[in-house]
Design a protein around this ligand. Structure first.
Ligand code: 26M
Length: 828
């Protein structure tokens, strides 16, 4: 087909076709007539990139001219997923490209499917950063992201025949990446090691050690329906030119290569742990080097841009706001102090006043084991000058605390930047708090917990107004329009609005409420859900060779594996259902609600209990799916290698999704918002953003269960000091656990360590929440039987998700923290 189509490409062909064909021939140096889907993807991507480049230049030019205050989002993770479809939709070119590639003999879906995910993140925190970039550009904010260009993103997850997670590298740059622009001319020298001397007056000098080059790669971030195209700048580490000339000249080739490898190593791989800063003893130095390399390069770049305006350095806070995504970039605080003191020659007060007006810190967890701490000797070795500065910050800070609370030694010990011990450690959250203008949590409950627990002393000391909340959000472009085009079209048609209007003002979807009573609308709504289920079933069939029944309820839990997220509770609930079904007569079984339960998610490679949970899920799936008694009523799947792209298929297909963390542990959650926006109902605990979702969509449209946050501490105390045997406390759970132990899912002894976490102190309260969980599942089954009512709940849920657009969230940051305003880039 395309052979003849290509022969017809001439001066009169549509511009898009010409541009694609031109890229095939010139950029790819390929012949158009033997092009495969991958080549077609690459050529289409390059052609779309040309459009983005025009807008990107226009945007940066208008920022330079207008000189607005700018915001920078520093994140070690940007979980971007694929770009082509998103770029086409944001540019409004999807249909034109669909037609053009069709004329060339390709299907746009096949082409889109050739793109690899940019998976430079672990989970929620990294995906949030990606949503915020989309929203920043869509609301025309001068907002840039800064991160690292990892050569390998989050590991690829394989599941062995026994059900073990195996990790393989993710060589995402293998086929070259059309979405990045190398900026070899934008580079900075970043120092490590060496020695630092104090010069008095808080100043110092840092010399020697090793210098590594940071090179910029730019990724264009198009706004939806705007000309604004912002930038995500990712740094790559490279050996400095003449890096190890001495070893080289001396003929010590191996030493030269080794030190050049150590420069390359900094940005070679994303760390695959989340919520586990202490878990990884080995390789800690490399993580610290990543953090410093990235913050130092980003700050140098930000300051260079600021200085080009010729303003005095004291005006920095009038032109620059820097958001710290968790404590990972906290070294930016002592680094800016170092620059201001040692290079700009400011005094301590001047420097500290600038720093504390430039930075803003977002906290994403209250789990004590997840709060970052760095060993003092390690910082001293890698960043000797920064350790001096951290000690100075601490000295001035503790003096001020002492003035307010004379003699309160315990308070001083709690608030100190330095935790005593062997070795001493720097508490990065404390440093981030005292070095920032504002501190925020990511959902109301979480921000309350931040204020009343982990940062209580700081609230007492500095006043509560510094500590606030910005509830997370998600971009409705990717998480509705792109992943669920049919639903998006139905919404547009029903609201009688341009889709640009409601996708940019998500509160407008509330207009769907009046259609809940419209039977024809409900029918269409349901038919779309059904087709999304079939799309997911097709994915499972083609990738795993498994046949999923699509006439059942789809029940989904997809997130990083972690004990606090309680995938274990879910799989134990599945086993309970299985045992219950087995005990029923065939006639009784027929009356039950058929269910397909999907799991997906990765475990940190050294997180033993999380990996055991995967193994249990896989083996339960194997037994249950093969049981002729039950297979029509219960199916279980663990989908390997969870990713943004897989989420885009799973989420629109869900009837119900599970967000079942122990109350008070999940800061917010963001996939809960994605499911609800797509008309999936929520089964969850009273935790994180689940609470605010229920407030918006109405409690009658969500399924809540479990103990509330205030009870958690007491329950844990009970477990430790007044333990009740599981058999008495929760017989249903006891029965399930004993079946696993007895070998119902093979390898009985393998699961003992996992089961023991429940039998012993049950820190995450599975035994306390199990009965109410089972009751909630039964309510879900019952509600699903009344199909019409269920569909109404689904519509009401989608309709009332307006609050959770990341446009709302990013504008809260811009207005109440950064004081940054939109800049309109004129459309030509
Ligand atoms: C730490 C040390 C070493 C290596 C990696 C880490 C690390 C990486 C990612 C620690 C935490 C990381 O992410 C945490 C995270 O994703 N938190 C989630 O953030 C979401 C966005 O705010 C929230 O919705 C989730 O509730 C929260 O768990």
């Amino acid at each position: 087909v395309w052979k003849s189509a290509l022969r017809d490409v001439d001066a009169d062909s549509p511009a898009i076709i010409k541009s694609i064909v031109n890229h095939v021939q010139t950029s790819l140096a390929r012949q158009a007539y033997n092009l495969d889907d991958l080549g077609a993807y690459q050529a289409a991507a390059l052609s779309v990139r040309d459009n983005l480049l025009v807008n990107w230049n226009e945007t940066q030019l208008s920022y330079t001219r207008k000189n607005p205050k700018r915001a920078y989002y520093l994140s070690l993770e940007f979980l971007m997923g694929r770009t082509l479809d998103n770029a086409l939709l944001n540019l409004g070119l999807k249909e034109q490209y669909r037609d053009s590639v069709k004329k060339l003999g390709f299907s746009v879906e096949d082409i889109l499917d050739k793109e690899r995910d940019a998976a430079l993140g672990n989970g929620g925190l990294g995906r949030l950063a990606a949503c915020y970039l989309d929203s920043g550009a869509s609301t025309e904010l001068p907002l840039w992201g800064y991160g690292l260009r990892y050569k390998y993103g989050i590991f690829q997850q394989l599941i062995s025949p026994e059900g073990n997670q195996l990790e393989a590298p993710d060589p995402w740059l293998e086929n070259s990446n059309p979405w990045e622009l190398p900026r070899l001319d934008v580079n900075y020298e970043i120092r490590f090691y060496g020695h630092a001397d104090r010069l008095g007056d808080g100043k110092g000098i840092w010399q020697g050690g090793q210098e590594v080059l940071a090179v910029a790669y730019d990724v264009m971030i198009p706004g939806y329906g705007t000309k604004t195209t912002n930038n995500l700048r990712l740094w790559e580490s490279k050996p400095k030119r003449g890096f190890d000339l001495n070893s080289f000249n001396a003929g010590n080739y191996e030493a030269a290569v080794a030190s050049s490898n150590s420069a390359d190593a900094i940005t070679s791989v994303l760390y695959p742990n989340d919520h586990t800063s202490c878990m990884y003893r080995i390789g800690k130095e490399l993580r610290l080097k990543q953090q410093y390399f990235w913050t130092a390069a980003s700050l140098a770049d930000i300051l260079r841009r600021f200085k080009q305006q010729g303003k005095p350095i004291r005006e920095l806070p009038d032109f620059v706001a820097i958001q710290l995504n968790d404590t990972h970039p906290t070294l930016a605080i002592p680094e800016l102090m170092r620059i201001l003191l040692d290079e700009e020659d400011l005094n301590w007060e001047q420097a500290w006043s600038i720093v504390t007006n430039v930075f803003f810190y977002t906290n994403h967890t209250v789990l004590p084991e997840a709060l970052e701490k760095w060993a003092v000797p390690l910082i001293e070795h890698v960043l000797p000058r920064h350790l001096q500065i951290i000690y100075d910050i601490n000295l001035f800070f503790l003096q001020a605390v002492e003035r307010k609370y004379p003699g309160d030694r315990e308070r001083l010990a709690r608030m100190s930047l330095i935790e005593e011990g062997q070795p001493k450690q720097v508490r990065m959250a404390n440093l981030a708090v005292i070095g920032s203008r504002k501190v925020n949590g990511v959902a109301e409950l979480h921000s309350d917990l931040v204020r009343t627990t982990i940062l209580k002393d700081f609230v007492d000391f500095e006043g509560v107004s510094k500590f606030s909340n910005v509830t997370n959000g998600i971009t409705p472009r990717r998480w509705l329009d792109q992943c669920n085009a049919e639903l998006s079209d139905l919404i547009t048609k029903t609201l009688k609005l341009e889709k640009e209007v409601w996708l940019k003002d998500l509160f407008k979807i509330k207009g769907l409420l009046e259609f809940t009573e419209d039977a024809a609308f409900r029918k269409e709504w349901w038919a779309i859900k059904q087709r999304n289920k079939e799309r997911l079933a097709h994915y499972v069939q083609t990738t795993l060779g498994l046949t999923v029944r699509t006439d059942a309820m789809f029940d989904v839990q997809i997130k990083r594996l972690h004990e606090y997220k309680r995938q274990t509770l879910n799989i134990l609930g599945v086993i309970h259902r299985y045992l219950t079904l087995k005990a029923l007569s065939p006639a009784e079984r027929k009356k039950t609600n058929p269910r397909v339960v999907f799991f997906a998610g990765k475990a940190a490679p050294a997180y033993y209990i999380a990996k055991l949970t995967i193994r249990l899920i896989v083996n339960v799936a194997r037994i249950v799916n093969a049981d002729p008694d039950t297979k029509d009523y219960l199916q279980v799947y663990f989908l390997p290698d969870y990713s943004v792209s897989l989420a885009e298929v799973l989420i629109p297909a869900s009837d119900i999704s599970q967000h079942i963390s122990t109350a008070g542990t999940e800061a917010s959650g963001t996939s809960n918002m994605k499911f609800c926006l797509n008309g999936g109902l929520l089964l969850g605990t009273v935790d994180g953003a689940n609470i605010e979702i229920a407030e918006e969509v109405g409690e009658s449209n969500v399924f809540f269960f479990g103990h509330l946050t205030p009870a958690v501490e007491d329950l844990r105390y009970q477990h430790l000091y007044h333990p009740v045997p599981l058999q008495e406390k929760c017989p249903a759970l006891h029965r399930v656990i004993e079946q696993i132990s007895a070998g119902l899912f093979n390898d009985a002894e393998v699961y003992e360590p996992l089961l023991n976490t429940i039998r012993q102190n049950d820190y995450y309260l599975l035994s306390d929440d199990f009965d109410s969980y089972i009751a909630a599942l039964a309510m879900v089954d019952e509600a699903y039987q009344d199909r019409d009512e269920w569909i109404k709940k689904s519509i009401r849920t989608t309709a009332q998700m307006g609050k959770f657009s990341s446009d709302r969230a990013i504008l809260e940051y811009a207005e109440s923290f950064w004081n940054v305003e939109p800049v309109t880039v004129k459309k030509k």
